[in-house]
Design a protein. Structure first.
Length: 94
């Protein structure tokens, strides 16, 4: 995606993240990677879905916590469904 479009989406719409209930916090064990792996992930800014280059930093059986950068230095983090994340070189969940 064009970085200018991503910047505009981020400026005009809130980044959506899964709730604790959706990711089954407290029920499923969480794994944190000391060396986050690159991925592509689908995220939502308000009603707009877009795919971003990101890093998987934490995950469980149903969700991944990702981190990505918008523009020069706006670091963003959110939880997305595990199936919204793909990587050609690394699979971080069962």
């Amino acid at each position: 995606m064009d970085d200018r479009i991503l910047q505009r989406l981020a400026k005009e719409n809130p980044l959506q993240s899964l709730t604790a209930r959706e990711r089954q916090e407290g029920t499923l064990p969480v794994t944190r990677d000391p060396q986050p792996k690159k991925c592509k992930a689908w995220v939502r800014f308000g009603p707009h879905a877009t795919q971003v280059d990101a890093f998987v930093v934490v995950w469980n059986d149903v969700a991944c916590g990702i981190e990505f950068t918008v523009g020069e230095n706006q670091r963003m983090r959110c939880w997305v469904w595990a199936y919204a994340v793909t990587s050609a070189s690394y699979c971080c969940w069962p």
